[in-house]
Write a protein that binds this ligand. Structure first.
Ligand code: B12
Ligand code: SF4
Length: 483
């Protein structure tokens, strides 16, 4: 039986989940690699029993610890998940695997899907195959053939090198019915290591649909799935949440769909299913043009406490430039509705898109603070991820000044901005955090919010947790004041 190992590679600080360094404690979000867990579940379902997942990020593994793990386990197949910031880390992980004589080393995920040639070339022969796109069934087909010693070179969705030439097989078809997939193999993951927005208790993520029909220029998702959206059924989603609640004792979950709220009808059905499950709290990503008050109220009743909104900018021209397809009025109205539905909001802003100047940044910050006033805000820097239209345009216009992918973590300036230096951009972003969070009103609001959650979710006896809330608050204040 083939022994497989799927890996989130060990990273240096910049390459890792940037939240550890740049974001604030209360945004701390370390979610399980569901993609690897889905692949493993499909393999298990088809009789592959020797499968492991090693999440070096969650376990805080160094490259030496990763090497020792490979030495002990001696896999026949090792697959590495690569996003853009950890691409070089993935190549180092591939080199270590080859040094430890792993016969087949593969890369998969967003970055190698967008850049298969570069991934194979830069690996210097340490990567044998790139799996492009959604890979549950291409991996299954590959391992079936490989195990039987048969020729795997016709498997759809893969790229590989043969006699110096790179071969790209046709794309693997998207999975038509997501309900046909087994539940992700979370039992192979260190579930106690994952945190959702810093919650003091074990939490997880769940995905209820894949893809997104919108075409925002900068978004890797629409590039990866080709603007196609596929849902799971509300019953299947409820079944997974019930399992998480009853079997794994998890109380909090984040829906990491690219777009959770796609239609009112679906939100209604889903909320009805979720309302039947006691004691489960969740958060989800929505667009600012998607939620009416009635739907938000239903979500609240079904346990939703936090809504994440990709606002991007407080300037209409910039929103139009990136094809966000929303208006500032819609955004304002949406935040008002979230408040009326008594939920928290996390507004995600991105500075540096085409049309950005010091003035537009300033006015966005003021608009967020004084008009939207979300519970939490995330201020990042626009990053052109390979595969997106935004990347293509920035390359064509010769605007990219940072070519080191490990800096593509949303907190480093990657492009040139007219009239603003890189340092000024970084400084203005830091000052946005300070101005947003270091207001006495916000400090009190956030502390009360955390206390309210802990009481509501865990009861009075969790006094210790409340102690942690205060400690975390003080740590956050210290981070902010040292920024
Ligand atoms: C949850 C999440 C996280 C979690 C967990 C990430 C993880 N390892 O899965 C955390 C919080 C750690 C995280 C961190 C970051 N993330 Co993130 N994240 C997501 C999110 C919302 C969901 C991921 C998910 O579960 N998808 C569902 C599963 C089913 O799909 P999947 O993971 O893509 O896996 C499938 C395929 O890609 C493929 N595949 C994946 N890996 C492998 C490996 C092998 C060997 C093979 C064969 C196939 C394969 O097969 C899988 C099954 O079909 C996605 C958006 C999205 N919807 O995908 C962004 C996303 C992946 N993140 C993104 C970014 C930018 C980041 C950060 C830079 C943000 C930050 N500043 O902190 C960091 C970088 C972390 C790092 N070191 O690389 C970008 C990636 C862009 C890019 N080109 O790299 C995305 C696409 C968001 C976006 N819209 O732009 N993220
Ligand atoms: S940013 Fe959001 S709405 Fe836009 S394409 Fe990506 S997932 Fe869809």
């Amino acid at each position: 039986m083939v022994k497989s190992l799927f890996v989130i590679p060990p990273t240096e600080e910049e390459e890792g989940n940037a939240s550890t360094k740049y974001q604030l404690g209360f945004l701390n979000f370390t979610a399980p690699p569901l993609g690897l867990a889905y692949i493993a579940a499909v393999l298990e379902e088809h009789g592959f029993s020797k499968i492991k997942i090693l999440d070096c990020h969650a376990l805080n593994f160094s490259e030496d610890e990763y090497r020792s793990y490979i030495k002990r386990y001696q896999p026949d197949f090792l697959g590495i998940q690569s996003l853009t910031p950890n691409f070089f880390a993935s190549l180092r992980a591939a080199r270590i695997a080859k040094e430890e004589k792993v016969p087949i080393v593969a890369l998969g995920g967003y970055h190698p899907t967008a850049m298969p040639d570069e991934s194979l070339e830069l690996s210097n022969g340490n990567v044998d195959i790139v799996f492009r796109g959604e890979a549950e069934y291409s991996i299954l087909e590959f391992l079936n053939l490989y195990e039987k010693g048969k020729n795997w070179e016709k498997v759809n969705g893969i790229s590989y090198k043969i006699n110096g030439d790179i071969i790209h097989n046709p794309n693997a078809p998207l999975i038509r019915d997501l309900d046909s997939l087994p539940l992700p193999a979370r039992h192979l993951l260190p579930m106690d290591k994952y945190k959702i927005f810093g919650s003091a208790f074990p939490a997880t993520s769940i995905i209820t649909s894949r893809g997104c029909p919108y075409g925002c220029d900068f978004c890797s998702v629409s590039a990866f799935y080709g603007q196609k959206w596929r849902p799971r059924s509300p019953e299947k989603i409820a079944e997974e949440i019930r399992f998480l609640r009853e079997e794994m004792n998890l109380k909090a979950t984040a829906f990491v769909d690219d777009l959770f709220f796609i239609s009112k009808k679906r939100v209604k059905l889903l909320s009805r299913e979720l309302s039947k499950i006691k004691d489960i709290y969740w958060g989800a990503t929505t667009r600012a043009d998607s939620g009416d008050l009635e739907s938000l109220n239903l979500m609240r009743q079904a346990g939703c406490r936090l809504v994440f909104i990709g606002v991007e900018s407080g300037n209409q021209q910039i929103l139009d430039n990136i094809h966000k397809d929303t208006t500032m009025i819609q955004i304002e109205h949406y935040f008002d509705n979230i408040k009326k539905a008594r939920m928290d909001s996390l507004a995600s802003l991105s500075f540096g898109f085409p049309g950005e100047t010091k003035q537009t940044m300033e006015s966005t910050i003021n608009w967020v603070i004084h008009r939207l006033n979300p519970s939490l805000a995330l201020f990042t820097l626009a990053t052109p991820y390979p595969g997106t239209d935004f990347y293509r345009k920035m390359i064509e216009q010769n605007k990219i000044i940072e070519h080191d992918y490990s800096k593509y973590n949303l907190f480093n300036p990657i492009m040139e901005l007219s009239g603003m230096s890189r340092e000024e951009m970084k400084d203005l972003t830091k000052s946005a955090y300070k101005r947003f969070y270091l207001r006495p009103r916000k400090i009190i609001q956030n502390t009360v919010r955390e206390l309210r959650y802990s009481m509501e979710s865990y009861g009075f006896q969790q006094f210790l947790y409340n102690g942690q809330v205060f400690a975390k608050g003080i740590i956050n204040l210290r981070i902010l004041s040292s920024m």
